[in-house]
Design a binder for this molecule. Sequence first.
Ligand code: AMP
Ligand code: GLY
Length: 420
Amino acid sequence: MKVAVIGSGGREHAICVSLKQSKKVKKIYCIPGNAGTNLIAENIEINIDNFEAIKDFSLENKIDLIIVGPEKPLVNGIVDYLKDFNIKTFGPNKIASKLEGSKIFTKNLCKKYKIPTAKFGVFKSLDESNKFLNDCTFPLVVKADGLAAGKGVYICEEKTQACVAIDEIFAGKFGRADKILIEEFLKGEEMSFFIISDGKTFKTFGTAQDHKRVFEGDKGKNTGGMGAYSPSMLESSSLNKKILDKIIKPTLKGLTELKTNFCGFLYAGLMIVNDEPFLIEYNVRMGDPECQTILPKLKTDFFDIIYACANQKLNSINFNWSEKKSLCIVLCSKGYPDNYQNNIVIKDLNKINLEKNEFIFHAGTKSFEEKIYSNGGRVLNFVVISEEFKKSRDNAIKLINKINWSNGFYRKDIGFKVIN
Ligand code: AMP
Ligand code: GLY
């Protein structure tokens, strides 16, 4: 089989590595890929927003399956577009992708199906929103409706901050805004919860806790994710059941009643408050770096799973997982998530000998004349699975030290809540 993976991050490199292990996969393309995918797949320089070029490439090269990594093409309808040309694509369609593409769509679904989530209001103007703030207690959360690359959420401790947030959103900081969302601040522990679905049935696909803040102790600005560990410390069979019954199943039912379904990975960002799950947001894809953290624990052939999903046969597959503890540390460019330099050479990467349970996934990297250069804020992901989170973390740090990249920084405390 010939498979094409769309995207260029650590998530997509991890997906390529898992596909590579399948005997059924003869050729992998990555569009556009990074220096890591380049080692095991053929990188194809096509802009991921150019659906027509992706379609032409797939037809010319007789691709059997396309796997879409990031949310933007999903939200813009790549799956519907390719389906019209009979190209098998793994990922949710445009309507289902609204779960990530419109926070207000998801909130209204929550309301209709009584899915636990933070109390909220939707406001259509600056005036209306500002008036509402007069009667609010703080902190509260102001959110832009659409995709905002993880930046459209403001946690506001006081009214002046909320006013700034509302101004910025209506001024178009995250694209044209007709409406905004203001919601109650939930205090609890966050958990990333994953399922995979073929549109008919679904199976759980692991849990993780992501460290989004840039500095140790979960301080500083939000980032795309500085590291993660799996399973989440909160995982238990009773909580799992609550999440499925109160959140996942009603959501899938809601989509059925909209005459559609969900095929792909669904990532529920949850806040667990006193052992009760609340939905904070949905993402219609695997998380990054959660994907890199979870996939190495999968023992079942990953291609079989995805191919079965794309053919509505997920029921026929049994999943086997390693019970080990996985931990991922993200090596970033100094200055991230603000300004940082690209094109800094990373030496000695190919000299590192990895043990069986160690992985280095590339994120923002590119190769040129046999050398590897940084090409983004999050550059490399170091993942180790072992019997204990501490050992996984210590070994991931050892790997980072071997590279000793002068332009890099990372959090040494990933997983601190599960490591004494
Ligand atoms: P999101 O982009 O929706 O994932 O939000 C980014 C981060 O903001 C989440 O990971 C949470 O840490 C935080 N957040 C969002 N909504 C809420 C809420 N209602 N209460 C508390 N924290 C929130
Ligand atoms: N790890 C957060 C995300 O993928 O959105």
